[in-house]
Ligand binder design. Structure first.
Ligand SMILES: *[C@@H]1O[C@H](CO)[C@@H](O)[C@H](O)[C@H]1NC(C)=O
Ligand SMILES: *[C@@H]1O[C@H](CO)[C@@H](O)[C@H](O)[C@H]1NC(C)=O
Length: 331
């Protein structure tokens, strides 16, 4: 109580079962992670008006253990780590000025209409590795998050991209869910999106109509690796630079595959089902910026004896091109 200038206090890796009362009011950064904290009472934190960073990850917090007024009035608190706890829902009464909220690795099953109704300043929200299912995400849950730049919903149980995703995000990660479809219009209006990760789902080519990407005018990176695609997705945005499609079942690269994406720098097609002869070389001709084309782990069904000569020739050409590129880089 007498340490009236103390700004930094690290009580992590102890055996605290609750947030201690009477902490210095001058604290800016408070480490309480890796304890056995089960509760945050109403007025233990609220007097610490200067608090900016609160680290409560790796404790034993259930949602009911966090008092709804536990963060009230903490106007400077912008970074809250609550990951690796036992939260079954988003705690109520989140600090209003929070910008970074890490609540990954909990047991959250859904997102209610008002869970984020007052956190207007949120920029980064990481909800990965919870138990969120599609029907449990309210369609208006993200309506107030106009400043959100990064949303991570990976490692949940979504079977479709939830409707009502925040429109202004730059990075959206929905890896390792059970996505079989992108709900119609799920990506509509997301003109700010730069990076979209749909890795490790169950997407098939017919679930991705060419309209799916229509509004993504700034998309630079699209990762659909580890799905069940049989074709290169159609109608991809012109802004796209990196396309990750490895570990799918893509069997052909038609001549027009990259017509809509002349700015590609990297195409990753490793471990698909491409066969010699099903890749039209001219598909790559217009890609003036292409630096990486990874097609390793394909062609296993090729008739090697017949095609060997041709393959080797192609490889030689590739090597030469590599050297040319290296030369250019050196220059
Ligand atoms: C931590 O505290 C609990 C009771 O709160 C006690 O049972 C346990 O032995 C303590 N662990 C250590 C390592 O002191
Ligand atoms: C969410 O947290 C995990 C674990 O730290 C991290 O790997 C992931 O990149 C984070 N998501 C975003 C969008 O930063």
């Amino acid at each position: 109580r007498k340490l009236s200038s103390l700004e930094y206090l690290d009580l992590s890796s102890n055996n605290l079962s609750r947030v201690p009362a009477g902490l210095p009011r001058s604290l800016v950064l408070l480490h309480l992670e890796k304890n056995a904290i089960r509760s945050v009472d109403a007025d233990v934190l609220t007097p610490i008006r200067s608090l900016e960073y609160l680290l409560l990850h790796s404790n034993q917090l259930h949602a009911r253990g966090i008092h709804p007024r536990a963060f009230q009035g903490l106007k400077r608190l912008h970074t809250v780590h609550l990951y690796n706890n036992a939260l079954e829902r988003v705690p109520s009464g989140l600090p209003r000025r929070v910008r970074t909220l890490m609540i990954l690795h909990n047991q959250i099953t859904g997102i209610g209409r008002d869970d984020f109704a007052t956190t207007y300043f949120l920029e980064e929200l990481n909800l990965s590795y919870n138990r969120i299912t599609s029907p449990q995400v309210h369609r208006d849950a993200f309506r107030k998050l106009r400043l959100l730049r990064s949303l991570d919903l990976s490692g949940n149980r979504l079977h479709t991209l939830p409707p009502g995703l925040p429109r202004n995000v730059h990075v959206l990660k929905v890896k390792r869910n059970e996505l079989a479809a992108l709900a119609r219009g799920a990506l509509a209006g997301m003109a700010q999106l730069r990076e979209l990760y749909l890795t490790g789902n169950r997407l098939r080519s017919r679930a991705l109509g060419p309209r799916a990407w229509a509004d993504l005018a700034h998309l630079q990176l699209l990762d659909i690796a580890g799905n069940q695609l049989t074709e290169i997705p159609e109608g991809l945005p012109e802004s796209l630079e990196y396309l990750y499609l490895q570990n799918n079942k893509i069997s052909t690269v038609p001549a027009n595959a990259f017509d809509s994406t002349p700015n590609l720098k990297g195409i990753f097609l490793r471990f698909n089902k491409l066969a010699v002869g099903s890749v039209v070389e001219s598909a790559f001709r217009r890609l003036k910026h292409l630096q990486v084309l990874d097609i390793e782990g394909n062609f296993e069904f090729a008739d090697v004896s017949k095609d060997r000569g041709q393959l080797e020739e192609e490889e030689d050409e590739e090597d030469e091109e590599d050297e040319d590129e290296e030369d250019e880089e050196r220059r």
